[in-house]
Write a protein that binds this ligand. Structure first.
Ligand code: 13P
Ligand code: SF4
Length: 304
């Protein structure tokens, strides 16, 4: 059995030998963030992926992230070290349900949060992430948009753009949706000096009470640049690693003990090592689906 140190050395060696690039989402365990070439929110990972000249792209995160990167880079080998690391929100809508939704509201553009399957992206007009959602919705013609699958992000966008009506699907993130308004009130009493930074996947009453709302990387950036010394973090606990590493003199508390996404925690260094060693856990997308979904993804990247 290898020690952790040997495993890390082996990963570094395989990375060089195979010209592989490791992308890790901000929610991955600290050991993985440390060996990754790029760590970021979903938008940053996809923007960096299209720039790299690696032959193998290993995505440490959840399934939809690797699948979207494969659609952007069909000729590269894209690996997801743990196949069953999925995002439950992505499963809250499928093509059939989306077609029903569209027929209820005909001729309204569909904006699809990247936390969704390739098939659902293929049936949508444009994708968005948590960092560009407002910009994407603003860019569309007409007064109405259909937003899938996250009702909380949909509600956030709706309030940010008063001139538009956002009609949301009823999906949600099982992690962020658990945060309660009462937890915000309690934390305000306990840490009145702290700023509350929340992800827009949190429920509307939590988002309404936050001092800053943004994607995972936007939260990390905001805390780094702020003159405040104390922060309450309203997103998955994985972001604490970079927050504490980048800001050793600032204090960070988690808004709720519920803020852990077990799918994001499924991947270990060993899984990464094995996927690289055997070039296994490759992601494939059917070409017809890919071509349609790509339009939604590229539309998003152009505007971002
Ligand atoms: P970000 O793009 O903000 O990193 O969000 C991804 C995600 O899954 C949030 O739960
Ligand atoms: Fe999906 Fe929520 Fe986990 Fe993000 S935190 S991957 S939205 S379940």
């Amino acid at each position: 059995d290898m020690t952790e140190k040997e495993m890390i050395q082996e990963i570094q060696r395989l990375k060089k030998k195979k010209n592989a690039v490791i992308l890790a989402h901000n929610y991955q365990i600290p050991e993985i963030q440390e060996i990754a070439d790029i760590v970021g929110d979903y938008l940053k990972l996809s923007q960096e992926a299209v720039k790299t000249n690696g032959d193998i792209i290993l995505l440490s995160g959840v399934h939809f992230m690797a699948e979207s990167i494969k659609m952007l880079l069909p000729n590269k080998k894209v690996l997801l070290p743990v196949y069953d690391a999925g995002c439950p929100m992505a499963e809250m809508i499928d093509v059939e349900k989306l077609k029903d939704f569209k027929s209820q509201y005909p001729n309204i553009p569909v904006v699809c949060y990247v936390n969704s399957s390739a098939e659902v992206k293929a049936e949508s007009d444009i994708c968005c992430t948590s960092s560009n959602a407002v910009k994407i919705v603003k860019s569309l013609p007409g007064e109405k948009v259909l937003f899938i699958p996250d009702k909380n992000l949909g509600d956030y966008i709706d309030k940010k753009i008063p001139e538009k009506q956002v009609i949301s699907w009823e999906g949600f993130c099982i992690t962020h949706h658990r945060v309660r308004e009462g937890e915000v009130d309690l934390v305000r009493l306990r840490h009145p000096e702290a700023l509350i930074l929340a992800h827009p996947e949190c429920p509307p009453e939590v988002v309404a009470k936050a001092d800053f709302v943004g994607s995972t990387s936007e939260i990390i950036k905001f805390a780094g640049e702020s003159n405040n010394n104390s922060f309450i973090i309203g997103t998955e606990m994985g972001v604490l690693h970079q927050l504490r590493k980048n800001n050793p003199n600032k204090k960070f508390h988690l808004l709720s003990p519920a803020l852990i996404c077990f799918n994001m925690k499924k991947t270990t260094l060993r899984d990464i090592y094995l996927a690289l060693l055997n070039e296994e856990k490759e992601i494939f997308v059917e070409e017809g689906i890919r071509r349609k979904a790509l339009k939604s993804l590229e539309g998003m990247l152009e505007i971002s």
